[in-house]
Write a protein that binds this ligand. Structure first.
Ligand code: MN
Ligand code: MN
Length: 499
């Protein structure tokens, strides 16, 4: 049975030295902090900007004409960050681009969220991204986001992260009364309109109408100076209220909300902070809205990449449209996003020859998509060959991956939107267990390898080396033998390989 075939048996753990493994553990300590402190795209963008500024990146207005080695930062709408390290080569020869997304599946509050029923006040939600609805009740939730008042004042709200904070929760149905629910399909057992979170139960005694809701609104007014109508211009998200944790007796794994795709964001950030004097200009980009199809003006279906590259080139004095098109088309990108790790609890959905495993290195994913690769970028093999070569030479441990069995489902990434410009792009990231769940799991060595991969790519990928891979062999140069008797003996070939 092909499914029983084993393609990969040696993990990073046995390929890495003890020193490297210790380095991976300390790298992951920073990753844990990042995950706990950045649970929304705005918080991630803030954190990334702070770390970049501290590491010497400068906003555009602080730089006159960028020169090789300069480190620039561009932000947009508080949800997108671009870190740029100017290279020595002309920009028209292309950039080395790593793109990750900093939005994650969650429960957004509706524009009119608060209502009262049966002695309680609740918050109506609208889920964002591909969630399994049954995973969200019966756990503590924290509220994160912004409320923008009519005068433009932005109120930042985070409730439920500190130990002394109150949390929110969606109560689940007791099993005693769940006979009908338990017989439903899992996708229908929890209705989206019943994902309402508890926000209060104490009445404002002077009030007759909705006194419990009034009590909650009173608190909001006291604490944040916001009224109910202000919630119509808000982005408030309910996310799991617990911190990122180490998983396993050996502390070899990370368990946390939002690793898709903040694992790529953190690892590429750390890489970008260390890029010095590259020959090609390095662009490390953190974007929003991937989980809902990269729509909107902070998602990659917009002209985001083009506008950022145009801004950098304009700053460098290159203003013509053709140069911009050249730079984009000559660029090379890694779409830094996660893949699914083979889960021994669900062997039936994986194909072991081609899916990715935990702890076997950063995953190169040639294509994503559904059914017949629909919605996939399907990276060019000429490009993948050069990435393989780059990673192997730098000692980056990698594996090839595909999402799952062909007929089972599928998914997509931003790769297809990056490819739009003509640049080469391939998906490259960490394999996760429980992707899109409130507690996703990664392996520390894979996280470390992703960081190494993004770093060597931004620093060293060159459009000028690896051309051997692009030399086309002439067809028919080596005619097929009529019989197999002319083939060299296996033992001879083996001896040759061992030399
Ligand atoms: Mn993702
Ligand atoms: Mn995702």
């Amino acid at each position: 049975m092909p499914d029983e075939g084993k393609k990969k048996v040696v993990s990073c753990w046995s390929k890495m030295t003890e020193d490297k493994i210790q380095e991976a553990y300390s790298f992951n300590a920073g990753y844990l902090d990042f995950l706990t402190s950045a649970k929304t795209e705005r918080e991630a963008a803030d954190k990334i900007s702070q770390l970049a500024l501290a590491a010497g990146f400068k906003t555009l207005e602080k730089i006159d004409v960028p020169k090789a080695g300069d480190k620039l930062m561009i932000t947009s709408k508080g949800k997108v960050v671009a870190l740029v390290v100017i290279g020595t080569q002309p920009m028209e020869e292309g950039f080395n681009i790593v793109v990750s997304h900093i939005d994650s599946p969650r429960l957004d509050l509706k524009a009119r969220p608060i209502y009262e029923a049966d002695g309680m006040a609740l918050l109506k939600t609208h889920y964002y991204g591909g969630i399994k609805k049954y995973q969200w009740p019966a756990m503590p939730l924290a509220l994160h986001g912004v409320v923008v008042k009519k005068d433009g004042t932005v109120k930042n709200i985070t409730i439920g992260e500190k130990a002394e904070d109150p949390v929110f929760t969606i109560a689940d149905l007791l099993p005693h009364l769940a006979k009908d629910q338990m017989e439903k399909k899992m996708s229908e057992a929890i209705n989206a309109e019943s994902l309402n979170a508890l926000v209060g139960s104490r009445p404002l005694l002077q009030r007759e109408d909705d006194p419990i809701k009034a009590f909650v609104l009173n608190i909001l007014q006291d604490r944040f100076n916001i009224v109910e109508e202000d919630l119509t211009s808000a982005e408030l998200q309910l996310v799991p209220a617990f911190p990122a944790r180490e998983v396993g007796l050996d502390r070899s794994m990370i368990g946390a909300y939002g690793q898709d795709d903040r694992v790529s964001a953190y690892t590429s950030l750390r890489a970008a902070l260390e890029v010095e004097q590259p020959s090609r200009t390095a662009l490390c980009l953190f974007v929003d809205k991937e989980e809902i199809g990269s729509s909107g003006n902070t998602g990659l279906q917009s002209l985001l990449i083009e506008n950022i590259v145009a801004e950098i080139m304009h700053k460098a004095g290159i203003n013509d449209y053709f140069s911009l098109r050249q730079a984009l088309a000559a660029s090379h990108a890694l779409s830094a996003d996660v893949n699914a790790a083979i889960d021994p609890n669900y062997p039936e959905v994986f194909e072991k020859m081609n899916n990715s495993f935990m702890s076997q290195g950063v995953v190169i994913t040639k294509y994503t998509g559904s059914r017949g690769k629909s919605g996939s970028n399907d990276a060019n093999p000429e490009y993948i060959a050069r990435i393989r070569n780059l990673f192997d030479e730098a000692g980056v441990i990698w594996q090839i991956g595909e999402l799952g069995k062909v007929d089972i489902g599928g998914g997509g990434t931003v790769a297809q939107y990056i490819a739009h410009y003509g640049m080469e792009v391939v998906d490259c990231g960490v394999a996760l267990l429980g992707m899109h769940s409130p507690f996703e799991v990664s392996s520390k060595v894979d996280v470390y390898m992703a960081y190494q991969a993004y770093k060597v790519f931004m620093e060293k990928f060159s459009s000028k080396v690896g051309h051997q891979a692009q030399v086309m062999e002439k067809r028919g140069d080596t005619p097929w033998q009529k019989t197999t008797s002319d083939l060299r003996k296996w033992s001879e070939r083996l001896a040759e390989q061992q030399r």
